[in-house]
Design a protein around this ligand. Structure first.
Ligand code: NI
Length: 171
């Protein structure tokens, strides 16, 4: 197991589309294990392969408080979503320290493959629905501030710059 470095926005891997996984082998299992370790250590509730510089469609999610609900989603897709939107304050390990309110559908059904290539589905509401959408977005090169209006996105980018500047001064 190994901790992987988490890339920071706007690294090109974060704005690139990841490729479907076609081989369900040990390399994939190792990547999933390393991603889970990296997510828990951060700590975070989700991590997409783009964030560790791997352009493959794999996502790790655990929204539980005691690391008891690890989900590994390979080639995940949103099959359907509710019309009802939910406003949730999101953050991202690749935009460290930035939190913004984003509106998304409050319920989704997701289909994905497990590490052996078997398909499965789950329906989610609340934080699991938000997290599923946020992580699957990463695979398409979308980060959460891309959902904001142009004005709010620019303001968020400035906030991020300031955060990083202040961080540098502290160290
Ligand atoms: Ni993220």
């Amino acid at each position: 197991m190994a901790l992987l470095p988490i890339l920071q926005y706007p690294d090109p891997a974060l704005t690139s589309k990841a490729e479907p996984v076609t081989e369900f082998n040990d390399e994939l299992r190792q990547l999933a294990a390393d991603m889970a370790e990296t997510m828990y250590a951060a700590p975070g509730v989700g991590l997409a392969a783009n964030q560790v510089g791997v352009l493959k469609r794999i996502v790790i999610i655990d929204v539980s408080e005691d690391q008891s609900d690890l989900r590994v989603l390979v080639n995940p897709e949103i099959l359907s979503h509710t019309d009802q939107l939910m406003d949730f304050e999101e953050g991202c390990l690749s935009l460290k320290g930035l939190y913004e309110h984003v509106k998304r559908p409050d319920g989704v059904t997701v289909r994905a493959q497990d590490l052996n290539g078997n398909f499965f589905e789950y329906s989610a509401t609340g934080i699991l629905a938000v997290c599923s959408q946020h992580e699957i977005d990463h695979l398409d090169g979308t980060v959460f501030i891309d959902h904001l209006s142009r004005f709010k996105k620019e303001r968020a980018r400035q906030k991020l710059c300031k955060l990083r500047h202040n961080d540098k001064k502290k160290h």
